[in-house]
Design a protein around this ligand. Structure first.
Ligand SMILES: *Cc1c(COP(=O)(O)O)cnc(C)c1O
Length: 397
């Protein structure tokens, strides 16, 4: 028997659940792109996005997904032959590094593996070794969505400053924006990329590149027409915001999502909700892990993202559990990403729980409840008290 009939819950780490309010805001006839409500809406989106990113820097908006935002940033930051230092803590910084490489950059990668944050001492050594100051940019992720690690970006800036290295600091916040605390200006981030479909609760299709005055001054003279961030950040006509027709309905959806963030009390309140719900999930995972194979991928809670948790369970239990929870209970968990190759049997021993965006306590406790049911149904050994532990976190003031 399946108990999946009812509202399904997509608990993968992006795209995240789209609120009905966002969907309803998008359900309108095509608006005029030359004057009127849509044009006025865009002017208001920019300060609200800057507030969420904690920055006064420039913002270029693209009709694209996160990979497009990667390419947009990269093509403005480097010209062929420039060197970049990529700090890899899973899958996504390396992916961004490939984009830089395809644009002709010389990419040096430090790989910190799949279970650990950036080791700042190794970064410091690499920057000190660059006595010619050839490295044009240090490129990394705030949160790696595959491993669920959260890197110390303020600490990274402090290391770059301690060395006195002039490189730009470029950070991918696609998974973490409006989820994990992030301070673009206070932390000295020069370029930041984000996208609409994770913490911002809007369907995939909008990419964002924030860039400060230092990055603007260092802009490559080889950026292609479409990716050039300058006209988008300082348009002389409305169409220049988007290099053509505006992504009309996405912008209206995003407007509703930003209104929801403001009405909740602003991004700090949203961060606090995510922190608490993540801690509820970790309490449950840790309790199950005390009596079985389930382990949170990132051991130190200080380096765990509040947007997603990657789990190791071994055997083929990751896939079995995902299938059971989806088919019997209507909750879709994320696949393990980047922990093993898809043709390796070990691939089936991982899964992820996405907990970003439009998520409240009953959704989290519901997801945890059906995971427990799946562990029981599939005879996967697990410790007791997980749901009580999660409920206790939710109950604390
Ligand atoms: C989702 C994600 C991306 C890729 O975004 P797409 O929209 O799938 O292109 C890049 N980086 C991080 C950290 C992500 O979470």
């Amino acid at each position: 028997m399946t108990l999946a009939h009812g509202r399904p819950y997509l608990a993968i780490p992006g795209p995240s659940v789209v609120p009905d309010r966002v969907l309803n805001a998008m359900h309108i006839p095509a608006p005029n792109i030359y004057e009127g409500a849509l044009v006025e809406t865009v002017a208001g989106l920019i300060p609200d996005l800057q507030a969420v990113a904690r920055t006064k820097s420039n913002l270029a908006i693209y009709t694209c997904n996160g990979h497009g935002a990667w390419e947009a940033a990269a093509s403005n930051m480097i010209r062929s032959g420039d060197k970049v230092l990529v700090l890899s803590t899973g899958r996504f910084a390396a992916g961004w590094g490939e984009v830089f490489a395809r644009l002709g950059a010389e990419v040096e990668t430090i790989d910190f593996g799949n279970r650990a944050p950036i080791d700042l001492a190794r970064v410091e050594a690499a920057l000190r070794a660059d006595s010619a100051r050839a490295i044009k940019a240090v490129v990394t992720v705030h949160v790696d969505t595959a491993t669920s690690v959260r890197n110390d970006i303020a600490g990274l800036r402090a290391v770059i400053d301690a060395v006195g290295h002039p490189a730009l600091l470029a950070v991918d916040c696609i998974a973490s924006l409006a989820v994990d605390p992030f301070e673009m200006d206070a932390w000295g981030v020069d370029v930041m990329v984000a996208a609409s479909q994770k913490g911002l609760m809007t369907p995939p299709g909008l990419g964002f590149v924030f860039f400060n005055a230092k990055a603007a001054a260092a802009k490559s003279d080889t950026a292609s027409w479409y990716w050039d961030w300058s006209p988008r950040a300082n348009p002389s006509a409305f169409y220049e915001y988007f290099g053509g027709t505006a992504p009309t309905h996405h912008l209206l959806g995003l407007r509703a999502a930003l209104d929801m963030i403001a009405e909740e009390g602003g991004v700090e309140v949203v961060w606090a909700r995510h922190a608490k719900l993540a801690r509820a999930a970790w309490a449950a995972f840790e309790a199950w892990g005390r009596g079985g194979p389930l382990k949170i991928n990132i051991e130190d809670p200080a380096y765990r993202s509040h947007a997603v948790t990657a789990l190791r369970i071994g055997g083929d239990d990751g896939t079995r559990l995902r299938r059971w929870v989806e088919q019997k209970a209507g909750v879709t968990l994320g696949i393990g990403l980047g922990m093993a190759e898809p043709d390796d049997p070990a691939w089936h021993g991982y899964f992820r729980l996405g907990h970003m965006g439009h998520l409240n306590a009953h959704m989290m406790l519901g997801a945890l409840g059906v995971i427990e049911a799946g562990l029981v149904a599939l005879d996967i050994p697990h410790g007791d008290g997980a749901l009580a532990a999660a409920a206790k976190v939710v109950a604390e003031a």
